[in-house]
Design a protein around this ligand. Structure first.
Ligand code: WTA
Length: 648
């Protein structure tokens, strides 16, 4: 053991978890002995209308087909089969609205609602394969809409409610959506926020959208387009609760989720049916040790991100979990809201992001200490590396020192957990995601793709296809190949993350190595923010970097050159530009800081040197500047640095 490890505290799994965990250490051996047989067994946890002939078709990499020839219905697997097995009275969701209103929805009720919504979609002419956009707050109808699409084979495309009208419009256009499901708004930070105006704006530019179905959540007035807009209550509530689910091919598209890449245009990640559901269900059951009869499970994330898709909706429901779903923000109406929810519902498993944990740390341990959190037994982390300090705080002040923390590394593209400890098996090393999931082959390689020995740093790759992998980028197979499968050949998936393997073989994720920033666990492309900034008439050139931030992981820092040197470059303009980006992309993309500069550091070949900009943004000594066209640029930039970042 190296000195570094000797100093690290590790945590062995609690004894009673070792004895009762859904999976033990044998799963690693089982998967290593026969990877495909292992996934095949995982697939058998679902109900298939027709069994597959071939587990994996990888004859044309990187285009994978899993469970070839198999047929199933995702909604049936998530809802109906539990009702048929006698669990109709079990609560599927304890939903908690931000203002304090609540709804408990049983599996039987969920089945009725999903059938009604499916019948409504059919009445509106939606067919299998059609794309349906969902732009909603965190309310039960969001889940019902997703399941209704899955039930009839329509492909849903959920857009996070924090995205702008422009972002929604480009996604409607790229996916070719025929229908939008939205609401008048939702509650956030103690007040209703609106969604319908953005939909009106975006749909006005998307001729392919025939109808907009609107759920009433708040009492806000909405603009209405007759013939196009329909109230959910008018079109869904009168439908029959009977709907016969059709079995779809294992490779039938299930959903598209847009995510930021290294270019300005977001990529539509396509997930399909059988492999996706197999891996989200299995990982949800194994990673969280989910016990459907006794656990109360809470993924505290938004359904608008992949974490919500896989672990609020599909994984949780496929395993017949009782979940908590919360609409609002953690500090509304007080900073103990989450802990009040844990206490109220007796939450046993909590899954959230490091950025939230760091925020709670800032608020102090007295807040959670005011509530009874003794029901908790497993904690999870996702979205960015969790620093050991935050890990230990989470372990101690939320988990009472007794709950294992599973730090799950995965991506929109991977669909499900890929690297994570298992709660009844792994001796935990705070800050490390540690071990590839059974049946997953993750490696750390050098620039040439050679696997590195323990105790070294390189790039993370996945060297075998996995069931819940993305199948392509919607409408752009070439970009799919180029982005993920070209750096080391068509058999190796390049994740875009740097990683270190320690002397014991544990994997530590080190963040993105491409131009993707991670702000509060949200992926934002530097290029996307740059193109928004240069879209403003005052800006000639822009360079954006992610600078480390104690709470959000990274913060967005922009350097801009103005069109006219005489333009007032004061605070007002900086505010205008920050708001411009927020309006263009969404509030999550609003730069933390914008610096107006005369020039940007470029290499002789004209590439902006982001590394140097990052050094400046993080107030570091500048590194090597010898490849700069003109190193005096750096002095110019330094002179322009404002004393402190502009805060909201
Ligand atoms: C980062 C979220 C370290 C990583 C599920 C990845 C993580 C990107 C972790 C995907 C983790 C996610 N430790 N980094 N446990 N989980 N990431 O697509 O950089 O929103 O590439 O999926 O988040 O973000 P995405």
């Amino acid at each position: 053991m190296s000195t570094e490890q000797a100093e690290t505290r590790t945590f062995a799994p609690p004894e009673e978890l070792v004895a009762q965990a859904n999976v033990g250490p044998e799963v690693y051996d089982e998967a290593a002995a026969d990877r495909l047989a292992f996934w095949e067994k995982a697939a058998r946890r679902l109900d298939w209308a027709q069994e597959w002939d071939t587990v994996l078709d990888w004859n044309d990499p990187p285009f994978a087909k899993w469970f070839v020839g198999g047929k199933l219905n995702v909604a049936y697997n998530c809802v109906d089969r539990h009702v048929e097995a006698g669990h109709g009275e079990q609560v599927a969701y304890h939903w908690e609205g931000e203002p304090g209103d609540t709804r408990a929805i049983t599996y039987a009720e969920l089945k009725d609602e999903v059938c009604r919504a499916a019948n409504a979609l059919v009445e509106l002419g939606v067919q299998a394969g059609d794309r349906v956009a969902i732009y909603m707050p965190m309310i039960p109808e969001t889940v019902i809409s997703m399941l209704a699409c899955a039930r009839i084979g329509a492909v849903h495309m959920v857009v996070f409610g924090g995205f702008s009208a422009d972002a929604l419009a480009s996604r409607l256009d790229d996916s070719g959506a025929v229908l939008v499901i939205t609401s008048d708004g939702g509650y956030r930070r103690g007040a209703p926020s609106a969604l319908k105006p953005a939909v009106d704006d975006a749909v006005g530019r998307s001729p392919g959208v025939r109808n907009v179905v609107v759920v009433k959540r708040t009492e806000q007035d909405v603009e209405w387009t007759e013939g196009r807009d329909l109230w959910w209550d008018d079109v869904v509530e009168r439908q029959s609760t009977e709907h016969t689910p059709e079995a779809f091919d294992a490779e039938h598209p299930l959903y598209i989720m847009y995510t930021s890449g290294t270019t300005a245009k977001p990529k539509g990640i396509l997930h399909t049916t059988g492999g996706y559901l197999t891996q989200v269900a299995y990982t949800h059951w194994a990673t969280f040790d989910l016990k459907p009869d006794t656990d109360v499970y809470w993924t505290a994330a938004d359904v608008g991100w992949v974490t919500g898709h896989s672990y609020i909706v599909y994984g949780a429901l496929a395993n017949r979990a009782t979940s908590v779903m919360y609409e609002g923000t953690p500090e509304t109406p007080h900073r103990g809201r989450w802990w009040e929810i844990v206490q109220k519902y007796g939450v046993t498993i909590l899954y959230t992001a490091p950025t939230v944990i760091r925020t709670f740390m800032k608020w102090g341990e007295d807040v959670p200490a005011g509530f009874d959190l003794s029901s908790l037994r497993v904690l999870g982390s996702v979205g960015e590396p969790i620093n050991p300090e935050a890990w230990l705080w989470y372990h101690e002040h939320i988990g009472g020192g007794r709950c294992p923390i599973v730090d799950t590394w995965w991506q929109t593209e991977t669909g499900a957990h890929m690297i994570t400890p298992l709660p009844g098996v792994t001796t935990l090393v705070p800050g490390s995601a540690q071990t590839p999931f059974p049946g997953i082959s993750a490696k750390v390689v050098d620039d040439e793709g050679n696997e590195l020995a323990d105790d070294s740093t390189g790039l993370l790759v996945l060297t075998e296809p996995w069931p819940s992998m993305l199948r392509t980028i919607w409408g752009d197979d070439d970009r799919y190949v180029d982005t993920y499968w070209s750096r080391f050949g068509t058999n190796v998936y390049f994740a875009g993350d740097g990683a270190k393997k320690d002397a014991d073989g544990n994997i530590w994720l080190l963040g993105r190595v491409d131009d993707v920033m991670n702000v509060s666990g949200h992926r934002i492309s530097t290029t996307e923010v740059e193109s928004s900034l240069v879209g403003h008439p005052a800006v000639a050139e822009a360079a954006v970097v992610g600078a480390s931030d104690p709470t959000t992981g990274q913060g967005i820092v922009a350097f801009v050159i103005l069109r006219e040197s005489g333009t007032d470059s004061g605070d007002e303009l900086v505010q205008t530009l920050r708001n411009h980006v927020a309006r263009d992309i969404g509030p999550i993309a609003k730069p933390r800081q914008i610096m107006v500069v005369q020039e940007l550091p470029k290499t002789r070949s004209g590439k902006i040197m982001r590394r140097l900009l990052r050094d400046i943004a993080e107030n570091r000594e500048l590194g090597d500047v010898t490849t700069l066209t003109d190193s005096s640029v750096m002095n110019l930039i330094k002179e322009k640095l404002p004393a402190a970042p502009s805060e909201d």
